[in-house]
Design a binder for this molecule. Structure first.
Ligand code: ZN
Length: 402
């Protein structure tokens, strides 16, 4: 019996160690604004950054000046043609993008994308990269584009210039360590940006990518009246709209239900004859500072929804679903109530309660343990803590059996 227990203990210990797969090194606490770093702050000539005021977090998208001097997207949906990537320029191209990963739910999505030879863009959170570097490695290996989506997902117009630089550069550093690549594209959380954010991103070498079609899938996290079938309902409507350009659409791999639902939207786009490409490919940009070329997408390889996909949407939903207004999809907290109206047969309006927080996901539920310096030695610490408890429980359980 003692031999058996020892073997079990050893096996349990091995599992505990092998589960700790976070990015090693010293990282700021996850899902909190990271500390500015002098060398990074010095990369930006602040005299050349437009002097848009720092907005109070609670005022983002709500308290707006009469004149939109600084092209604030949260206030007016303003974009700048010379700097912002809003859509794929060529008719027939479609940039599918997922924000807020990599999470455990990204894995099933990657399986689907691999099976259907579909390449997309992931705008990733630095805190998630520290937790799940192996998922990011797989995404890169399979030809997807990686862009930056900040470390802790704040509304960037509410952050100081030093804080914005830190949000972007800490995420860049995590991506570099995980996959050895330096992204050249970023997406502001909530689509919240203005000329100050543009100026900072530009000096750091990033192009800002927004979108022209928003699935509003993030609403399903908190809004029980949100019908998941509206996601593919929107795609069904969008592919029918006359257009002289291509599109960039927004989805999230933060939540299980949204990552899974994407598997229904992609076949709709492909079966309508669109060519799905990473955003960098559809705009003809280099994805990374390093000399890396993304695989050319396969020509029209329609994807069938897999058996594992969510149950098919009610027949009426896609046809009635109303897409977000072109170029003005509004996922900011303040505009949640105005974003894509639901199908006519559904409740008239979404509740306006928002807030959408990365840190509220189950994927980020494990609290990082802090050292006296305020830094997390490694996100693996939180995993180790969990495993330690599993380990102790197992030992107690084994002893009780004896
Ligand atoms: Zn986001």
């Amino acid at each position: 019996m003692k031999v058996n227990v020892s073997l079990c203990v050893l096996a349990s210990l091995f599992i505990s160690l092998s589960d700790a797969a976070g990015l090693t090194g010293n990282w700021p606490p996850l899902d909190q604004p990271p500390p500015p770093v002098k060398e990074w702050t010095a990369l930006v000539d602040q005299t050349k950054v437009p002097a848009a005021p720092v907005v109070k977090a609670a005022d983002v998208g709500t308290k707006c000046p009469d004149k939109d001097t600084f092209c604030n997207w949260s206030c007016t949906g303003c974009t700048r043609n010379d700097t912002d990537i809003v859509r794929c320029p060529n008719k027939g191209d479609w940039g599918i993008s997922f924000d807020d990963g990599p999470t455990e739910f990204t894995v099933g999505l990657l399986d689907f994308l691999l099976k259907t030879n579909t390449k997309v863009t992931f705008f990733v959170i630095g805190s998630r990269v520290v937790e799940n570097p192996e998922i990011l490695q797989r995404a890169v290996k399979e030809g997807h584009q990686i862009g930056i989506h900040t470390w802790s997902h704040p509304a960037l117009t509410s952050q100081t210039t030093e804080q914005i630089i830190a949000e972007l550069k800490w995420t860049e550093k995590a991506i570099q360590q995980a996959v050895g690549l330096t992204p050249k594209h970023m997406r502001p959380p909530f689509g919240d940006y203005d000329d100050r954010v543009r100026g900072i991103a530009s000096q750091l070498g990033y192009k800002v990518v927004i979108w022209d079609e928003d699935t509003n899938d993030w609403m399903s996290a908190d809004d029980k009246t949100f019908q998941l079938s509206w996601i593919e309902g929107n795609f069904t409507e969008w592919v029918k709209q006359p257009a002289t350009t291509g599109h960039i659409s927004l989805e999230h791999d933060l939540y299980q239900q949204t990552a899974a639902r994407a598997q229904l939207g992609i076949p709709i786009v492909q079966n309508a004859g669109f060519s799905i490409k990473p955003v960098s490919v559809c705009v003809g940009d280099k994805p990374y500072v390093e000399n890396v070329t993304l695989d050319a997408p396969a020509a029209a390889a329609p994807a069938a929804a897999p058996a594992a996909a969510p149950a098919a949407a009610p027949a009426a939903a896609p046809a009635k679903a109303a897409p977000a207004p072109a170029g003005k999809a509004a996922p900011t907290p303040a505009k949640a109530a105005k974003a894509a109206p639901p199908p006519a047969s559904s409740p008239a309006a979404y509740p306006s309660s928002y807030p959408y927080l990365v840190g509220s996901s189950s994927a980020s539920a494990a609290a990082p343990s802090s050292t006296s310096s305020g830094y997390v030695v490694s996100s693996a610490n939180s995993l180790n803590n969990i495993n330690l408890w599993s380990f102790v429980s197992f030992i107690v359980g084994s002893v009780m059996f004896i």
